[in-house]
Design a protein around this ligand. Structure first.
Ligand SMILES: NC(=O)c1ccc[n+]([C@@H]2O[C@H](COP(=O)([O-])OP(=O)(O)OC[C@H]3O[C@@H](n4cnc5c(N)ncnc54)[C@H](OP(=O)(O)O)[C@@H]3O)[C@@H](O)[C@H]2O)c1
Length: 232
């Protein structure tokens, strides 16, 4: 879709990947509502800070009522607690689902009517390579990202009738606070943000932004034997 002159909302735009996406959209002529739990923490020039906690229904409703004209929604806000499936704190896993899955669902529901007002509109859900591959060290997070992937597929079908295209962005590791404790090669989030916004511009349904995502996606066809060879 044509970006110049449109309006977008990006959740979790105060830091990390969301901040880079907000910057990219702004640089390409989009009016950006930079949503954050604490709008005072938004430090980008030229964007409009907006209070939004994706786990708080009142906050979501207030944000949707406060602005109009949005034709691009980027569901970026997310958490990873490091909870494992068997030993991890169950409340931490619930928190991951509340934010990553239910938060994405609630924000999309709230903004769907606004998106419908445009001939072209777009929802980008920031997923993960771990939507397709469960990493035991972040088992709860991986499961929440898998649920968010299915959510993306469902919303894509439900919103098609109103002309809203729904896409998923898959990426392995980016260098943000979320991965600070992980010592492995990481992508530069500004590069991934550029690919993500290219994807919006190209009306992509699925954006695979790095090698790891491409490899895991290719491995899906091979099933457990390909994805988890150490078990076979
Ligand atoms: N980093 C990676 O390797 C990687 C890889 C694949 C996918 N992702 C995904 O990329 C997205 C952004 O992650 P990141 O790496 O940028 O992490 P990050 O640096 O930790 O930033 C997370 C962002 O989400 C916001 N957030 C968390 N809970 C929220 C809530 N309830 N309501 C509103 N905002 C909330 C945070 O706001 P506060 O400042 O208020 O906490 C912050 O802006 C997530 O969906 C994550 O799953 C990350």
């Amino acid at each position: 879709m044509k970006l110049q002159g449109t309006a977008a909302i990006v959740t979790g735009a105060n830091r990390g990947f969301g901040r880079h996406v907000a910057q990219q959209l702004h640089d390409r002529g989009v009016q950006v509502y930079a949503a954050a739990r604490n709008p005072d923490s938004v430090d980008l020039n030229g964007v409009t800070p907006l209070q939004l906690d994706v786990t708080d229904p009142a906050s979501i409703a207030a944000a949707a009522a406060a602005i109009d004209g949005v034709s691009i929604l980027v569901n970026n806000a997310g958490v990873a607690t490091g909870a494992t499936l068997l030993e991890g704190d169950v409340d931490s896993i619930r928190h991951e689902f509340e934010t990553n899955f239910f938060g994405t669902l609630a924000v999309t529901r709230a903004f769907a009517p606004q998106l419908a007002e445009h001939d072209e509109s777009y929802v980008l859900n920031v997923l993960s390579a771990f939507s397709w591959f469960n990493v035991p060290a972040v088992g709860g997070y991986s499961a929440s990202k898998a649920a968010q992937w299915s959510l993306t597929d469902g919303l894509r079908q439900e919103l098609a009738g109103q002309g809203t295209r729904v896409a998923g962005l898959h990426v392995g590791l980016m260098d943000t606070d979320l991965t600070a404790s992980i010592h492995a090669p990481k992508e530069d989030p500004s590069n991934i943000a550029r690919l993500a916004v290219n994807g919006i511009e190209a009306d992509a349904f699925e954006i695979l932004a790095d090698e790891r995502s491409n490899a895991i996606r290719a491995g899906l066809a091979g099933g457990v034997a390909t994805l988890y060879p150490n078990l076979v």
